[in-house]
Ligand binder design. Structure first.
Ligand code: NAD
Length: 378
Protein backbone atom coordinates (compact mmCIF):
# COMPACT_ATOMS: atom_id res chain seq x y z
CA UNK A 1 0.00 0.00 0.00
CA UNK A 2 1.10 3.57 -0.61
CA UNK A 3 1.20 5.91 2.39
CA UNK A 4 1.39 9.68 1.99
CA UNK A 5 2.41 12.20 4.61
CA UNK A 6 1.37 15.73 3.55
CA UNK A 7 2.73 18.85 5.26
CA UNK A 8 0.46 20.41 7.85
CA UNK A 9 -0.98 23.57 6.40
CA UNK A 10 -2.58 25.10 9.48
CA UNK A 11 -0.76 28.35 10.24
CA UNK A 12 1.90 27.89 12.88
CA UNK A 13 1.60 24.10 13.05
CA UNK A 14 5.08 22.63 13.31
CA UNK A 15 4.31 19.01 14.06
CA UNK A 16 4.31 16.21 11.51
CA UNK A 17 3.16 12.60 11.46
CA UNK A 18 6.37 10.92 10.35
CA UNK A 19 10.05 10.87 11.26
CA UNK A 20 12.77 9.08 9.29
CA UNK A 21 12.85 6.25 11.86
CA UNK A 22 9.20 5.49 11.10
CA UNK A 23 9.88 5.38 7.35
CA UNK A 24 12.20 2.44 7.89
CA UNK A 25 9.55 0.55 9.86
CA UNK A 26 6.85 1.16 7.22
CA UNK A 27 9.21 0.06 4.44
CA UNK A 28 10.05 -3.13 6.31
CA UNK A 29 6.36 -3.98 6.53
CA UNK A 30 6.06 -3.61 2.75
CA UNK A 31 4.50 -0.14 2.36
CA UNK A 32 5.64 2.61 0.01
CA UNK A 33 6.12 5.94 1.77
CA UNK A 34 5.58 9.29 0.05
CA UNK A 35 6.29 12.53 1.89
CA UNK A 36 5.57 16.09 0.85
CA UNK A 37 8.75 18.09 0.46
CA UNK A 38 9.36 20.16 3.60
CA UNK A 39 7.38 17.79 5.86
CA UNK A 40 9.89 17.99 8.69
CA UNK A 41 11.44 21.39 8.11
CA UNK A 42 9.86 23.01 11.20
CA UNK A 43 11.49 20.38 13.40
CA UNK A 44 14.79 20.45 11.52
CA UNK A 45 14.35 17.18 9.64
CA UNK A 46 15.37 17.56 6.01
CA UNK A 47 13.94 15.98 2.87
CA UNK A 48 17.31 14.23 2.46
CA UNK A 49 16.88 12.48 5.80
CA UNK A 50 13.49 11.15 4.73
CA UNK A 51 14.93 10.04 1.37
CA UNK A 52 17.87 8.35 3.05
CA UNK A 53 15.41 6.38 5.19
CA UNK A 54 13.61 5.17 2.05
CA UNK A 55 10.80 7.69 1.51
CA UNK A 56 9.95 9.24 -1.85
CA UNK A 57 9.86 13.03 -1.51
CA UNK A 58 7.21 14.70 -3.67
CA UNK A 59 6.91 18.44 -4.24
CA UNK A 60 3.48 18.55 -5.88
CA UNK A 61 0.91 18.19 -3.08
CA UNK A 62 -2.00 17.26 -5.38
CA UNK A 63 0.13 14.51 -6.94
CA UNK A 64 1.04 13.24 -3.48
CA UNK A 65 -2.60 13.09 -2.36
CA UNK A 66 -3.92 11.48 -5.53
CA UNK A 67 -1.24 8.84 -5.79
CA UNK A 68 -1.53 7.60 -2.20
CA UNK A 69 -3.95 5.05 -0.75
CA UNK A 70 -3.54 6.01 2.90
CA UNK A 71 -3.03 9.66 3.89
CA UNK A 72 -1.69 10.35 7.35
CA UNK A 73 -1.37 13.72 9.06
CA UNK A 74 -1.76 15.48 12.40
CA UNK A 75 -4.71 17.72 11.47
CA UNK A 76 -7.42 16.69 9.06
CA UNK A 77 -6.89 17.61 5.41
CA UNK A 78 -8.59 20.86 4.39
CA UNK A 79 -12.14 20.39 3.12
CA UNK A 80 -11.31 21.51 -0.42
CA UNK A 81 -8.72 18.76 -0.79
CA UNK A 82 -11.17 15.95 -0.08
CA UNK A 83 -12.56 16.08 -3.62
CA UNK A 84 -9.08 15.20 -4.87
CA UNK A 85 -9.57 11.83 -3.20
CA UNK A 86 -12.94 11.17 -4.77
CA UNK A 87 -14.10 7.62 -5.49
CA UNK A 88 -10.80 5.90 -4.93
CA UNK A 89 -11.63 4.43 -1.50
CA UNK A 90 -8.76 6.17 0.25
CA UNK A 91 -8.11 6.09 3.95
CA UNK A 92 -7.40 9.24 5.96
CA UNK A 93 -5.84 9.01 9.41
CA UNK A 94 -5.48 12.11 11.63
CA UNK A 95 -7.08 14.05 14.45
CA UNK A 96 -10.51 14.72 12.92
CA UNK A 97 -12.44 16.65 15.57
CA UNK A 98 -15.50 14.60 14.52
CA UNK A 99 -17.97 16.15 16.97
CA UNK A 100 -17.62 19.71 15.75
CA UNK A 101 -17.65 19.62 11.98
CA UNK A 102 -20.72 18.00 10.41
CA UNK A 103 -20.04 19.43 6.93
CA UNK A 104 -16.60 17.80 6.93
CA UNK A 105 -18.16 14.43 7.75
CA UNK A 106 -20.60 14.89 4.87
CA UNK A 107 -17.74 15.57 2.49
CA UNK A 108 -15.91 12.44 3.71
CA UNK A 109 -19.01 10.37 3.00
CA UNK A 110 -19.60 11.98 -0.37
CA UNK A 111 -16.06 11.20 -1.48
CA UNK A 112 -16.20 7.63 -0.18
CA UNK A 113 -13.26 8.17 2.19
CA UNK A 114 -12.52 5.84 5.08
CA UNK A 115 -11.68 8.27 7.86
CA UNK A 116 -9.99 7.31 11.09
CA UNK A 117 -10.03 9.69 14.04
CA UNK A 118 -7.04 9.44 16.35
CA UNK A 119 -9.02 11.07 19.19
CA UNK A 120 -11.57 8.24 19.08
CA UNK A 121 -9.13 5.39 19.80
CA UNK A 122 -10.46 3.55 22.85
CA UNK A 123 -8.55 4.36 26.07
CA UNK A 124 -7.79 0.68 26.76
CA UNK A 125 -4.47 -0.90 27.73
CA UNK A 126 -3.97 -2.39 24.26
CA UNK A 127 -4.14 1.10 22.72
CA UNK A 128 -1.80 2.87 25.12
CA UNK A 129 1.09 2.92 22.68
CA UNK A 130 -1.18 4.37 19.96
CA UNK A 131 -2.81 6.93 22.24
CA UNK A 132 -2.08 10.24 20.54
CA UNK A 133 -4.47 12.18 22.77
CA UNK A 134 -2.38 11.10 25.76
CA UNK A 135 1.02 11.71 24.18
CA UNK A 136 0.05 15.24 23.15
CA UNK A 137 -1.74 15.94 26.44
CA UNK A 138 1.29 14.95 28.54
CA UNK A 139 3.45 17.38 26.58
CA UNK A 140 0.73 20.03 26.94
CA UNK A 141 0.76 19.59 30.72
CA UNK A 142 4.49 20.21 30.80
CA UNK A 143 4.45 23.19 28.42
CA UNK A 144 1.50 24.94 30.12
CA UNK A 145 3.29 24.81 33.45
CA UNK A 146 6.51 26.16 31.97
CA UNK A 147 4.59 28.94 30.24
CA UNK A 148 2.74 29.89 33.42
CA UNK A 149 6.00 29.85 35.40
CA UNK A 150 7.64 32.12 32.83
CA UNK A 151 4.81 34.67 33.18
CA UNK A 152 4.82 34.75 36.98
CA UNK A 153 6.75 37.63 38.54
CA UNK A 154 8.10 35.20 41.15
CA UNK A 155 9.80 31.81 41.29
CA UNK A 156 8.21 28.43 41.99
CA UNK A 157 10.54 26.75 44.52
CA UNK A 158 11.11 27.68 48.11
CA UNK A 159 14.45 29.43 48.37
CA UNK A 160 16.33 29.57 51.66
CA UNK A 161 19.64 31.37 51.38
CA UNK A 162 21.66 33.46 53.84
CA UNK A 163 20.58 36.44 51.79
CA UNK A 164 16.88 35.77 52.06
CA UNK A 165 14.00 33.27 52.08
CA UNK A 166 11.12 32.83 49.64
CA UNK A 167 8.04 30.67 50.07
CA UNK A 168 7.16 28.17 47.33
CA UNK A 169 4.56 29.32 44.80
CA UNK A 170 1.12 27.75 45.00
CA UNK A 171 -0.23 25.98 41.92
CA UNK A 172 -3.78 24.69 41.59
CA UNK A 173 -4.62 22.27 38.79
CA UNK A 174 -8.28 21.65 37.91
CA UNK A 175 -8.78 18.41 36.00
CA UNK A 176 -6.24 15.71 36.69
CA UNK A 177 -6.41 13.66 33.49
CA UNK A 178 -3.32 13.10 31.38
CA UNK A 179 -2.49 16.82 30.90
CA UNK A 180 -3.37 17.77 34.47
CA UNK A 181 -1.22 15.02 35.98
CA UNK A 182 1.76 16.10 33.89
CA UNK A 183 1.15 19.74 34.92
CA UNK A 184 1.15 18.63 38.57
CA UNK A 185 4.36 16.61 38.11
CA UNK A 186 6.09 19.51 36.33
CA UNK A 187 5.06 22.10 38.92
CA UNK A 188 6.25 19.74 41.70
CA UNK A 189 9.60 19.26 39.96
CA UNK A 190 9.93 23.04 39.83
CA UNK A 191 9.36 23.16 43.57
CA UNK A 192 5.82 24.55 43.80
CA UNK A 193 3.26 23.56 46.37
CA UNK A 194 0.58 21.86 44.27
CA UNK A 195 -3.11 21.18 44.87
CA UNK A 196 -5.47 19.57 42.37
CA UNK A 197 -9.11 18.69 41.92
CA UNK A 198 -10.96 16.35 39.58
CA UNK A 199 -14.53 15.10 39.64
CA UNK A 200 -13.27 11.52 39.24
CA UNK A 201 -12.33 10.71 42.82
CA UNK A 202 -10.14 7.77 41.69
CA UNK A 203 -7.63 10.40 40.60
CA UNK A 204 -6.94 11.56 44.18
CA UNK A 205 -4.41 8.77 44.70
CA UNK A 206 -2.59 9.63 41.45
CA UNK A 207 -2.36 13.30 42.48
CA UNK A 208 -0.98 12.33 45.89
CA UNK A 209 1.55 9.92 44.37
CA UNK A 210 2.98 12.91 42.47
CA UNK A 211 3.33 14.86 45.71
CA UNK A 212 0.22 17.02 45.18
CA UNK A 213 -2.64 17.61 47.61
CA UNK A 214 -6.13 16.64 46.45
CA UNK A 215 -8.80 19.21 47.23
CA UNK A 216 -11.74 17.32 48.70
CA UNK A 217 -15.12 18.60 47.50
CA UNK A 218 -18.28 16.68 48.28
CA UNK A 219 -20.23 16.69 45.02
CA UNK A 220 -22.28 13.57 45.73
CA UNK A 221 -22.52 11.08 42.85
CA UNK A 222 -20.20 11.99 39.92
CA UNK A 223 -18.90 8.97 38.03
CA UNK A 224 -17.38 8.06 34.69
CA UNK A 225 -18.70 7.03 31.29
CA UNK A 226 -18.09 3.45 30.08
CA UNK A 227 -14.98 4.77 28.24
CA UNK A 228 -13.55 6.15 31.50
CA UNK A 229 -14.36 9.82 30.82
CA UNK A 230 -15.85 12.15 33.43
CA UNK A 231 -19.64 12.54 33.37
CA UNK A 232 -21.02 16.09 33.19
CA UNK A 233 -21.96 17.58 36.56
CA UNK A 234 -25.43 18.88 37.28
CA UNK A 235 -25.91 22.66 37.58
CA UNK A 236 -26.08 22.30 41.36
CA UNK A 237 -22.86 20.24 41.50
CA UNK A 238 -21.09 22.79 39.30
CA UNK A 239 -22.03 25.58 41.68
CA UNK A 240 -20.83 23.55 44.69
CA UNK A 241 -17.51 22.97 42.92
CA UNK A 242 -17.11 26.63 41.93
CA UNK A 243 -17.71 27.81 45.49
CA UNK A 244 -15.60 25.13 47.17
CA UNK A 245 -12.54 25.80 45.02
CA UNK A 246 -12.76 29.63 45.12
CA UNK A 247 -10.53 29.97 48.21
CA UNK A 248 -7.88 27.67 46.76
CA UNK A 249 -7.93 29.68 43.52
CA UNK A 250 -7.67 32.97 45.43
CA UNK A 251 -4.60 31.66 47.30
CA UNK A 252 -2.86 30.33 44.16
CA UNK A 253 -0.15 32.00 42.12
CA UNK A 254 -0.87 29.75 39.13
CA UNK A 255 -4.11 28.01 38.20
CA UNK A 256 -4.11 25.52 35.33
CA UNK A 257 -7.47 24.28 34.09
CA UNK A 258 -7.68 21.14 31.96
CA UNK A 259 -11.28 19.98 32.57
CA UNK A 260 -12.89 18.34 29.53
CA UNK A 261 -16.02 16.33 28.86
CA UNK A 262 -15.63 13.95 25.94
CA UNK A 263 -17.63 15.07 22.90
CA UNK A 264 -19.16 18.04 24.76
CA UNK A 265 -18.26 21.62 25.59
CA UNK A 266 -15.94 21.89 28.59
CA UNK A 267 -17.46 23.15 31.87
CA UNK A 268 -16.96 26.81 32.89
CA UNK A 269 -15.36 26.46 36.31
CA UNK A 270 -13.87 29.85 37.11
CA UNK A 271 -15.99 33.02 37.02
CA UNK A 272 -14.68 36.52 36.61
CA UNK A 273 -15.65 37.12 40.25
CA UNK A 274 -13.27 34.36 41.33
CA UNK A 275 -10.47 35.73 39.14
CA UNK A 276 -10.93 39.05 40.96
CA UNK A 277 -10.08 37.26 44.24
CA UNK A 278 -6.61 36.30 42.95
CA UNK A 279 -3.50 38.39 43.59
CA UNK A 280 -2.61 40.71 40.70
CA UNK A 281 0.31 39.16 38.81
CA UNK A 282 -1.07 35.64 39.21
CA UNK A 283 -1.48 33.48 36.12
CA UNK A 284 -4.27 31.25 34.83
CA UNK A 285 -3.78 28.85 31.93
CA UNK A 286 -7.08 27.73 30.40
CA UNK A 287 -6.25 24.64 28.40
CA UNK A 288 -9.89 24.37 27.32
CA UNK A 289 -10.01 27.93 25.87
CA UNK A 290 -10.09 26.74 22.26
CA UNK A 291 -13.13 24.54 22.81
CA UNK A 292 -15.14 27.02 24.89
CA UNK A 293 -13.07 27.49 28.01
CA UNK A 294 -13.02 26.52 31.68
CA UNK A 295 -12.48 30.17 32.59
CA UNK A 296 -15.02 32.92 32.04
CA UNK A 297 -13.65 35.50 29.59
CA UNK A 298 -10.60 33.53 28.45
CA UNK A 299 -9.92 34.11 24.76
CA UNK A 300 -8.86 31.24 22.50
CA UNK A 301 -5.33 31.73 21.20
CA UNK A 302 -4.72 34.85 23.27
CA UNK A 303 -3.25 36.11 26.49
CA UNK A 304 -5.47 38.62 28.28
CA UNK A 305 -5.33 40.39 31.63
CA UNK A 306 -8.37 40.32 33.91
CA UNK A 307 -8.24 42.09 37.32
CA UNK A 308 -4.44 42.06 37.04
CA UNK A 309 -4.38 38.28 36.45
CA UNK A 310 -2.85 37.01 33.20
CA UNK A 311 -5.28 34.56 31.56
CA UNK A 312 -3.60 32.42 28.92
CA UNK A 313 -5.99 30.96 26.35
CA UNK A 314 -3.47 29.60 23.90
CA UNK A 315 -4.00 26.06 22.71
CA UNK A 316 -2.21 23.39 20.70
CA UNK A 317 0.31 23.24 23.53
CA UNK A 318 2.29 20.28 22.28
CA UNK A 319 3.14 22.31 19.16
CA UNK A 320 5.51 24.39 21.35
CA UNK A 321 7.68 21.27 21.68
CA UNK A 322 7.01 20.15 18.13
CA UNK A 323 10.00 17.85 17.83
CA UNK A 324 9.04 15.67 20.77
CA UNK A 325 5.37 15.98 19.89
CA UNK A 326 6.05 14.79 16.34
CA UNK A 327 8.13 11.89 17.57
CA UNK A 328 5.41 10.80 19.98
CA UNK A 329 2.61 11.24 17.42
CA UNK A 330 4.53 9.51 14.63
CA UNK A 331 5.22 6.56 16.92
CA UNK A 332 1.56 6.41 18.03
CA UNK A 333 0.56 6.29 14.36
CA UNK A 334 3.15 3.63 13.57
CA UNK A 335 1.88 1.39 16.39
CA UNK A 336 -1.68 1.94 15.21
CA UNK A 337 -0.80 1.00 11.62
CA UNK A 338 1.02 -2.13 12.73
CA UNK A 339 -2.04 -3.10 14.82
CA UNK A 340 -4.34 -3.01 11.77
CA UNK A 341 -1.80 -4.15 9.15
CA UNK A 342 -2.43 -7.35 7.23
CA UNK A 343 0.98 -8.93 6.56
CA UNK A 344 -0.26 -11.18 3.76
CA UNK A 345 -1.91 -8.41 1.74
CA UNK A 346 0.61 -5.78 2.80
CA UNK A 347 -2.31 -3.42 3.38
CA UNK A 348 -4.51 -2.04 6.16
CA UNK A 349 -7.21 -4.44 7.26
CA UNK A 350 -10.27 -2.24 7.86
CA UNK A 351 -12.32 -4.75 9.84
CA UNK A 352 -14.99 -2.83 11.69
CA UNK A 353 -15.86 -5.73 13.98
CA UNK A 354 -12.70 -5.22 16.06
CA UNK A 355 -12.59 -3.26 19.31
CA UNK A 356 -10.20 -0.60 18.00
CA UNK A 357 -11.49 0.19 14.50
CA UNK A 358 -15.14 0.01 15.53
CA UNK A 359 -14.37 2.92 17.86
CA UNK A 360 -12.22 5.13 15.66
CA UNK A 361 -13.39 4.66 12.06
CA UNK A 362 -15.78 7.55 11.44
CA UNK A 363 -16.79 7.13 7.80
CA UNK A 364 -16.48 4.06 5.57
CA UNK A 365 -17.98 3.15 2.19
CA UNK A 366 -19.94 6.39 1.99
CA UNK A 367 -21.54 6.17 5.43
CA UNK A 368 -20.92 7.30 9.01
CA UNK A 369 -20.12 4.08 10.85
CA UNK A 370 -19.08 5.44 14.27
CA UNK A 371 -21.69 4.27 16.79
CA UNK A 372 -20.86 7.17 19.08
CA UNK A 373 -21.46 9.79 16.40
CA UNK A 374 -24.59 8.06 15.18
CA UNK A 375 -25.99 7.99 18.70
CA UNK A 376 -25.28 11.72 19.10
CA UNK A 377 -27.06 12.49 15.81
CA UNK A 378 -30.28 10.82 17.05
P1 NAD B 1 -10.01 14.65 29.43
O1 NAD B 1 -9.05 15.48 28.64
O2 NAD B 1 -11.25 14.18 28.76
O3 NAD B 1 -10.44 15.50 30.71
C1 NAD B 1 -9.48 16.03 31.59
C2 NAD B 1 -9.90 15.83 33.00
O4 NAD B 1 -10.94 16.75 33.32
C3 NAD B 1 -10.43 14.46 33.35
O5 NAD B 1 -9.61 13.86 34.31
C4 NAD B 1 -11.83 14.73 33.85
O6 NAD B 1 -12.22 13.86 34.89
C5 NAD B 1 -11.68 16.15 34.34
N1 NAD B 1 -12.92 16.91 34.58
C6 NAD B 1 -14.08 16.92 33.89
N2 NAD B 1 -14.96 17.76 34.48
C7 NAD B 1 -14.34 18.31 35.55
C8 NAD B 1 -14.71 19.26 36.53
N3 NAD B 1 -15.93 19.80 36.56
N4 NAD B 1 -13.79 19.59 37.47
C9 NAD B 1 -12.57 19.04 37.48
N5 NAD B 1 -12.16 18.13 36.59
C10 NAD B 1 -13.04 17.78 35.63
O7 NAD B 1 -9.27 13.43 30.10
P2 NAD B 1 -8.02 12.59 29.62
O8 NAD B 1 -6.82 13.13 30.20
O9 NAD B 1 -8.09 12.43 28.14
O10 NAD B 1 -8.34 11.20 30.31
C11 NAD B 1 -9.63 10.61 30.13
C12 NAD B 1 -9.75 9.29 30.80
O11 NAD B 1 -9.03 8.31 30.10
C13 NAD B 1 -9.21 9.27 32.20
O12 NAD B 1 -10.01 8.39 32.96
C14 NAD B 1 -7.86 8.67 32.03
O13 NAD B 1 -7.34 8.09 33.19
C15 NAD B 1 -8.16 7.64 30.98
N6 NAD B 1 -7.01 7.22 30.22
C16 NAD B 1 -6.78 5.89 30.09
C17 NAD B 1 -5.71 5.44 29.36
C18 NAD B 1 -5.45 3.98 29.19
O14 NAD B 1 -4.80 3.60 28.31
N7 NAD B 1 -5.99 3.14 29.98
C19 NAD B 1 -4.86 6.34 28.75
C20 NAD B 1 -5.12 7.71 28.90
C21 NAD B 1 -6.23 8.14 29.63
Amino acid sequence: QIFAFPKEIITGEKRCALLPANVKAYKLSGARVLVESGLGESIHVSDEEYSAAGAEVITNRAELLTSAEVIISVHKLPLNELTLLKDSAKTLISFLDPFNDASYLQELQKNNITSISMEMLPRISRCQKMDALSSQASLAGYVMTMKAASKLPSILPMMMTPSGTLKPAKVFVIGAGVAGLQAIATAKRLGASVTAFDTRSVVAEQVQSLGGKFLEIDLGETGETSQGYAKALTTVQMEIQRQAQAKCIADSDIVITTAQLFGRKPPVLISEGTIALMKPGSVIVDMAAESGGNVQGSVAGEETVCHGVTVIGQGNWSNYVAKDASQMYANNIQHFISDIWCKENKALNIDLSGEVLSACVITHQGKIVSEMLLSLQK
